[in-house]
Design a protein around this ligand. Sequence first.
Ligand code: BGC
Length: 267
Amino acid sequence: MSSKDEKSHKARHLIGIDIGGTGIKGGIVDLKKGKLAGDRFRIPTPQPATPEAVADVVAEIVKELSTREGAPDADTPVGVTFPGIIQHGVVRSAANVDKSWLDLPIDSMLTERLGRPVEVINDADAAGLAEARYGAGEGVDGTVLVITLGTGIGSAFIFNGQLVPNAELGHLEVDGHDAETKASAVARERDGLSWQEYSVLLQRYLSHVEFLFSPELFIIGGGISKRADEYFPHLDLRTKIVTAELKNDAGIVGAALEVALHHKLAK
Ligand code: BGC
């Protein structure tokens, strides 16, 4: 490869890390294709998931990815997701994570720990960005809502391909409850619900969101999007509903895309 080719090749490869409740996953993202270049690297989330313990794991993942052929240069920014509100690089909610994260300046903490610029984005927002650019929301005008069903309910609000950050639609109150405490994937398991029983709760939740926002499209992500055949047929919505296309990699890809956009490494 000529040095010019090598430079442009590196510019479109960035590291993305997805911090989740059970695992922390990372990969080198090819931003032209919106896919991982090489395998994903995963380490179980340390328990308790304190900022220090999580930062150590993030550093370990970045170190492993950096030894790979085609890895971005050591001073290249890294994108990271976090399962809470992130505003101006600060954690502003910690519904399903260790409470010591609250009000932590996560961007600067990880930047210092890794010795390279880090940009953190909400996990569902990252999945939304990735789906809007490379997945099920590509080319869709108007409002697209990406809803992730996992430990909690995450949401990304996309309008004409642009992310409106930190929409916390998993915390809408439905029938007197915080929606995610009844309609998340973990709530289904905890309450021992059949898919049909779960569909009733999901219907209640999604029809409320539909009424509030009249989206053009719902994109459902999170682990149980794989089982959509079990509950999509029971849903009755006027909005088109599809599963996320980037599956497990949406967070990693979205994290890398966010940092690329922020540092003007991508348009
Ligand atoms: C958090 C969101 C997050 C979602 C999925 C919710 O409890 O409030 O910020 O995106 O869980 O992890």
